[in-house]
Design a protein around this ligand. Sequence first.
Ligand code: DGT
Ligand code: CA
Ligand code: CA
Length: 569
Amino acid sequence: MKNRLVAKILYEVAELLELQGVQFKPRAYRRAAQAVESSPFPVEDLAAQGRLEELPGVGASIATKIEEIVATGRLGYHEELKEALPVDLYALTRVEGVGPKTAKVLYETLGIRTLDDLERAAREGRIRQVPGLGVKTEERILRGIAEAKGREHRELLGYVLPLARDLVRKLASSGLFQRLEPAGSLRRGKETVGDLDILAVSDRPDQAVAAFLGLSEVEQILAQGPKKASVRLSGGFQVDLRVVPREAFGAALQYFTGSKEHNIRLRERAVARGLKLSEYGLFTEHGQVVAQATEEEIYEALGLVWVPPELREDQGEIAAAERRALPQLLTLQEVRSDLHVHTRWSDGTMDLGSLVRQAERRGLEYVAATDHLRFAQAIPGLSLDDLRRQVDEIQALKEGKPSVQVLAGVEANIGPDGAVDVPRELRLRLDWVVAGVHTHFRQGRAEMTRRLLRAVEEEAVDALAHPTGRLLGERAPYEADWDEVFRLAAQCGTALEVNANPQRLDLPPELIRRALEFGVKLALGTDAHAPEHLDFLEYGVIAARRGWAEAAHVLNTLPLERFLPARKR
Ligand code: DGT
Ligand code: CA
Ligand code: CA
């Protein structure tokens, strides 16, 4: 999958154009880069099928450029632009406090080209000497570098899961494998993945390893043995393959799924029973096999029921497994709707008709169109008049008894003081209102808590959208007293969204679990802006599972006739 590479080049083009003072184009490139980055489909497949222009923001001209990158790994236009500023702009501008302008100044004054150059200059106190920058900027840059480094090595679940499926499909087609299973943090459904660990069974391990090394995505071989190998893919991501004995597959899967903390607890439990647990199996002290073929046998031999991978974080799951009191985790099949979708009426690409078809194709029963209400001229969104006309259109649609019901909804903005901008006259006509923070992210904890509490209490608000505002790898969650927010939400009946966009996954799993303790109801939504984003629902389900959520905790597992009366109003 070359999405990351393409996105990276398009982002750099946007920034280089911006530096030259070019109007509008930077925004177009940035939008295209975002679309490529968040698309679950390999951009090379879209290119081969002539479907690039289906990506939001990608027109004929950018599509041609993407084709060039897919074919050659580079872009002539990008390299021309780069002659004026030959620096690793992508890496530099990912550091908070460094925009393209600062990067240019830093190159011209200090000759900084790479992240390493930047770090050295900041540590040696040279940045503060550049006119216009100062000590504050230098400190901010140092903090930003530490953060950027921390995240450099992890990829989003939304990037790794489709990639893993793709690799497994390709490997399986070689006919050399009896089993292939991604383990590690991916199998646990973590929001970001450091590297991918694939386990395999093969009766020809050497050929199996060779097939792995021969994958077209492989850029560099990091380590290689008769039964295992590590590679770096062209996007920079690391993948390990291990061929393990068929009879001990369960033990290997258990061990390499982790987490390390969960495994330590299990090993302690084995020791307490006079047993030994390793990646090869569970053994008596004399080395006789107690269990090794399946995970279930291993957990059972340790007096536990099988623990779903998403719960293996040493957060009380072992005690719950002992009491046979693990939750019956939510499944994708149980989710009947998507409660957060944008259409052409604001900044999405689907009209209502295609939304219905796309939702039907995914087996959904109902779906909420929740376009932005315009709260600032610069941001695309519905005027009140647009919203009235959209609600009329949805009303007409409903009367035609479509295969998938469309709810008339809106995504409202929570103002800096917590006021929510849904006009009274329209509230009664809306089926579903989500409200989110879209500006003023840097309020202090107390102010943000007051702001959220006011929004939770507001009668028009059915659900709080992307409640913590985090953007993985880009923006930390804002601080708030979440216990207070959850307590009030449970009391008022305001749902908390689990936004399934892979860059958000918000509420985060730890907070989902906490919210459930307060009796808060969850609402799953993809925040889709294009048809393929409707597939993000799976990531939302995975996040909910990591938060110990069951179907009963999630409003959109209800059939429509039970969902409607379960809302706050
Ligand atoms: P990641 O790759 O950073 O997203 O996280 P993981 O959990 O995939 O970690 P990774 O790739 O280092 O190792 C995969 C699994 O293998 C890990 O979850 C547990 C197991 N494992 C690896 N090294 C150790 C170790 O030193 N001790 C124990 N108990 N387990 C280990
Ligand atoms: Ca891993
Ligand atoms: Ca690994």
